[in-house]
Design a protein around this ligand. Sequence first.
Ligand SMILES: *Cc1c(COP(=O)(O)O)cnc(C)c1O
Length: 474
Amino acid sequence: MSGRPARRSGTEATLRALPSIDRILRAEPLASLAPAAPRSVLLAAARAAVAAARANLRAAGAAPPDAAAIASDAARRAAEAMRPRLRGVINATGIVLHTNLGRAPLAPEALQAVAETAGGYSNLEFDLDRGIRGSRMAHLESLLRELLGAPAALVVNNNAAAMILALNTLAAGKETIVSRGELVEIGGSFRIPEILERAGTRLREIGTTNKTRLEDYERAVGKETGALLRVHTSNFAIVGFSSHVARGDLVRLARRRRLPLVEDVGSGALIDVARFGLGEEPLAARALQEGVSLVTASADKLLGGPQAGILAGTKSLIASLRSNPLTRALRVDKMTLAALEATLRLYRDPERAAAAVPVLRMLGEPAAAVRARARRALRLLGAERAVRAGAEVVACVGEVGGGALPLARIPSFALSLRPVRGRVGDMARALRSGPEPVLGRVESNRLLLDMRTVAPREVPRLVAALAAALDRES
Ligand SMILES: *Cc1c(COP(=O)(O)O)cnc(C)c1O
């Protein structure tokens, strides 16, 4: 028992010997961060580093670290605090529309439009010809009318907002008829029944999960009906004993009963993606042409634009949506409008869109070109590191993602890693947490870096991140 007080006072003495915050602030490498980092950040980092050293000492009772060691810990903390929290990552998952990674990357034309209009003033709500107040929707509406063949259109924050606005305007206090086979959940937080509830309309479910017939709709239509709703079941497919009602039959029923037919087409594809050999996604233009009164779609899925929700349909329906006060609450910002207009302009020439919209370019790239990029990455990595990483080029299968074309499998190529030392999971974590985060996918005990979703200009950075992670590990 006699040893304990003596040891404690020994620790107290060591704790007192810890360098002061002031001294840490003057020590390198922290001191040289001073011009770039605000004093508050450096101070917080120095305090945290000293506190960590103190906690270490208390726990382990080791010799106190010197000022240089604490200052370099503080510098690491300061650099971390200075790094933007929202930042770019390299998507090597092979999932083209990855909702967690920001869905569609924008085309250079869209980025340029944002830079040109958002850094200064713009004619956002100003009619330059007449010198009076204008509408922020006017810029986009004519383009959407042209591309979708729609009499009128409106843009809001996302497809969820578009649905809420549509159903609230057309069917609040009334029933909205939906097939049970279309009561989908998309991305965890978008559930059709909940959206309907929040829009103030009552859900009238009809049919079953795998079969709904026209008679089911006919029986359900009545005095209480506000709208018929058709939802594209984007992220799943019922295969086998199933049937649903053709669009044309619903159009005729809606016309006969003078009811609006709303269709959520989901991905917002403006050109037929079957050309990429990926199966079919509904096209808003076709839905309108076949007589749907109002379509809603996302702008940041297969359309390849910024986050937004597109509503297109008859003049009178769009006019009533516009006069709903919710429209003001759901309106989009000038950056969104600039990016969306620039993206839509590319679609005036579908071939140009296929080449210039990043999402379409990735989906349409031949597998051989993806393989060439994987080989280039392997070459840049160098033989010695390639051996340590167990790196090779392998064939793999990517996905569209974003709840589009769930059954589509995209033939692709990846840089496959199976490190000689350490675990695959550790390698994945090291790549994720570096200064240039790279996200791959782990498959049968290999880390696959799928090159379909890695842009050519990103390859050197991906290889540098991989080299750094390998060198850190060893
Ligand atoms: C993705 C999707 C939504 C949600 O769209 P957001 O733009 O993310 O709000 C709604 N409906 C369908 C059918 C979808 O595929």
